[in-house]
Design a protein around this ligand. Structure first.
Ligand SMILES: Cc1ncc(COP(=O)(O)O)c(C=O)c1O
Length: 407
């Protein structure tokens, strides 16, 4: 059902989360529907960064590794993130990129068994498949890339590791984490979840779901800023068993003993590799304050309401764009995607009018539904702009076909 502008405004007026928008420094005149790709700047980050730069770095200099506890930042920020993941504080660290964390976990997990197959989904985010192929080559394993509908059937006696992205980056389809993890475990395989489109987007209960290993981005729904460090989760019972293939000094039991031999640190700390990126960690640490005092369940309830409004408006006003995101709330994440052969040009035409979504090749337009700062009126206005572009075919202007390096 399609809502009117007045109804969208009324929904904003009734929204108990509306005040959270003030926690973000969003530019005027922009409708930001791309927080699933790069979260906007949380308002408190600038002052925090400034303090870290001007006090801790400029004045504290190298003393800040101890005095400002820079050295503890990967664990401290991990512990701050843990409640959003449904994990224990010491089960999460923030370090490296998602790709690098994935490599560390894939190799560590695969070394638990003699089995020869890494299993993943065709159409998974490409870095996951590329990293998996590198890990498979290194370990002499084969990589089985199954169509989504067949992934579960392909879990077999030779499956060593199952690597899945919980919420699909393109369609927002969501796997049933608890059921699949349990099924893989019964079959003797370890599952690694990529939570890049799940963390800060949907309620996560990693411990309850029996999840053992996971990674995810810090710059999407967690709003940690461009290139923010990623996170890595290892369930407590695997802490002593797993070893990182990247034996960096930060994962050593005594990094400052400067010994030639390698001794893994206790717990998840052994999955650290090099010097932590303090400025990036500081931004993410402050950014997580945006989630203060609000549960993921409340955010998810608003996301669902925004999804319904979005779908209803699109069906009424842009029927030529085909929704590729499942309707069932258990089957999807917090973005909504539409297919159209000119999705790239349409996306550019939208951005030119201040409505920022994104495009994923070859034909998908994605819109992030981010309840922390997005309102119902913005959704109404965003779809209104899109309907105008479709009706007038302004996307056909040649300037909208020009592709930058990042699309
Ligand atoms: C599912 C998924 N995994 C990983 C990444 C990227 O990870 P990295 O932090 O290595 O750039 C993305 C980026 O969009 C993603 O969507």
């Amino acid at each position: 059902m399609s809502v009117t502008l007045a109804e969208a405004k009324a929904a904003d007026a009734a929204d108990s989360l509306r005040s959270l928008r003030a926690r973000f420094a969003l530019p005027d005149g922009i409708i930001y529907l791309d927080g699933n790709s790069l979260g906007p700047l949380p308002a408190n980050v600038t002052a925090h960064q400034q303090a870290v730069v001007e006090k801790e770095w400029a004045e504290g200099l190298i003393r800040s590794w101890n005095e400002a506890d820079w050295i503890g930042a990967p664990q401290r920020v991990g512990a701050k993130l843990a409640p959003l993941l449904g994990a224990k504080p010491h089960e999460v660290i923030v370090a490296d990129s998602t790709s690098v964390n994935l490599f560390k976990l894939l190799v560590a997990a695969a070394r638990r068994s003699e089995r020869k197959t890494l299993l993943s989904e065709g159409g998974n985010f490409h870095t996951d498949l590329h990293i998996a192929s590198g890990a498979a080559d290194l370990l002499g394993l084969s990589l089985d890339i199954a169509p989504r509908a067949e992934v579960e059937q392909r879990i077999g006696a030779d499956t060593n590791v199952l690597l899945l992205t919980h919420v699909h980056y393109k369609t927002a389809e969501r796997f049933d984490m608890a059921r699949i993890t349990a099924k893989a475990k019964r079959a003797g395989a370890t599952t690694i979840w990529d939570l890049s489109h799940s963390a800060g987007a949907v309620p996560l209960h990693l411990n309850e779901a029996g999840a053992e290993l996971a990674v995810g981005c810090g710059y999407k729904y967690l709003n940690g800023g461009p290139g923010a460090p990623a996170f890595l989760y290892i369930a407590e019972h695997l802490h002593d068993e797993l070893l990182s293939p990247l034996r960096g000094w930060m994962g050593h039991a005594q990094p400052f003993a400067f010994t030639d031999d390698y001794q893994p640190a206790a717990g998840i700390d052994r999955f650290l590799a090099g010097t932590p990126p303090i400025l990036g960690l500081a931004a993410l640490e402050a950014a997580l304050d945006a989630f203060e005092g609000v549960t993921m369940e409340r955010l998810w309830a608003k996301s669902r309401a925004m999804f319904d409004v979005f779908v209803g408006l699109m069906e009424a006003r842009c029927p030529e764009l085909r929704c590729v995101t499942p309707r069932g709330e258990e089957q999807r994440g917090s973005h909504i995607s539409f297919a159209h052969e000119n999705a790239f040009e349409i996306c550019q035409a939208l951005i030119a009018q201040g409505v920022i979504g994104d495009f994923r090749a070859p034909d998908v337009l994605r819109f992030g539904l981010t309840p922390l700062y997005l309102g119902f009126e913005e959704i109404w206005r965003g779809v209104d702009v899109l309907a105008g572009i479709m009706a007038e075919e302004t996307w056909r202007e040649p300037r909208f076909a020009v592709r930058g390096t990042v699309t």
